[in-house]
Design a protein around this ligand. Structure first.
Ligand code: CA
Length: 227
């Protein structure tokens, strides 16, 4: 999942970024309200962690303006204290949840998981194609009932592909969703990861699921891709 952290305290921002990256998420960081709002409008995030007290524009205003411009991404608001007033203002501005500082990282992770889960299809949290299954909650991946061990990046890539079945995904799109904004789309990193992922999910199976469309990108499908 791709997450934006808007937090002016660098130490806190980096602590959150590091922890979320370890969970396999792609994380962008912004240090003020204006820049954060801009990033949230131009990129497609799955979740925004938004501090309330920010330079240039506070979190309440950012959240309200994002909602007004049609950005529906879930927002977790960080408040400086457990104040009922801050909580109400945050929720009124369109935040989905709030967390008072200081917080334990485990609690932040639990809130993030809950918001992402709410975001994904509640009825069928397990993603699948043919006999390939991915459970976003246990992070377990199997093909033909055999568990597959993936690195965090391979897992994130597969999850993105499974959320966009039968769609041709360009390297740029994959870069935007699975890597952070410092990712260089000209590099061959995606090709390398796709090739590792393909050998893990397709090798030894009759039906190949991960297809390359030369000059276009990649496709996860249990039908043969168009020639
Ligand atoms: Ca702050």
């Amino acid at each position: 999942m791709k997450i934006l952290v808007v937090e002016d305290e660098e130490r806190v921002a980096h602590f959150i970024q590091k922890g979320l990256k370890e969970e396999g998420h792609a994380v962008d960081v912004s240090y003020d309200g204006e820049d954060g709002e801009f990033l949230a409008e131009v990129n497609d995030y799955d979740l925004i962690i938004l501090d309330l007290m920010l330079p240039k524009k506070n979190g309440i205003v950012v959240c309200r303006e994002l909602r007004a411009s049609g950005v529906a991404t879930p927002v977790l608001m960080l408040t400086a204290r457990d104040s009922v007033e801050d909580k109400v203002r945050g929720l009124d501005a369109g935040a989905d949840d709030y967390l008072p500082k200081p917080f334990a990282f485990e609690e932040l992770l639990a809130r993030v998981r809950a918001l992402l889960r709410r975001q994904s299809d509640n009825k069928s949290p397990v993603l699948s194609m043919a006999d390939l299954f991915l459970d976003p909650i246990s992070r377990r991946v199997t093909r033909n009932n055999t568990p597959i061990r993936l690195t965090t990046k391979e897992y994130a890539l597969l999850e993105y592909l499974l959320r966009n079945p039968d769609k041709v995904l360009s390297r740029t799109l994959i870069g935007e969703h699975v890597w952070d904004m410092n990712f260089d789309p000209e590099s061959n990193v995606i090709d390398v990861y796709v090739s590792h992922l393909r050998s893990k999910i397709d090798k030894g199976h009759d039906i190949a699921l991960l297809h390359t469309l030369r000059g276009q990108g990649y496709l996860l499908s249990d039908n043969s891709p168009p020639a």
